[in-house]
Design a protein. Sequence first.
Length: 168
Amino acid sequence: MNTTEQFSRITDDIAYLVDEAEALTLVIDVVPATEKSSGITSILDMIYLIDHAQLTYFRPLVEQLFSLPKVQASLPDFRTTADFSSIQHESTEAVLKNLIRNRKSFVAYLQAAGQDCIEKAGEINGQTRTIADVLQEMIVFERQQLKLVAERVLAIDRSNQNKGKPQQ
């Protein structure tokens, strides 16, 4: 795959999160997004973690790799730096809107940087990684999170349907 195709595929995958988040806004009001049970992360926390990762890890890392001649970074895992208490009084809709706004901004940044940006590399936590590698890691993480959100929404929906059925 050449650079043009790779860049197009990556930016399409990254932009797809906007579609997923917009679709979530249609169903999120019918499920208890802040509910946590049996050690399971809430839907709100899962959505927040995607945005947190984008804002505090992936985007700053991409910007450093793109703009600095030599990058050597040692970054903590974004999962350990998320402050879930900061969103507990926000609506799920507000968290989704922030995610959508931030993602659109990131996609615009990447498109302005151009296709050659994905080949720039630096040393991240002791490994040489390109911008394409970092973006692919972000895509994989987000797909996993969105899968968990979908599974959680389905489980809640099934539970609600079962509550409405008469016992046999």
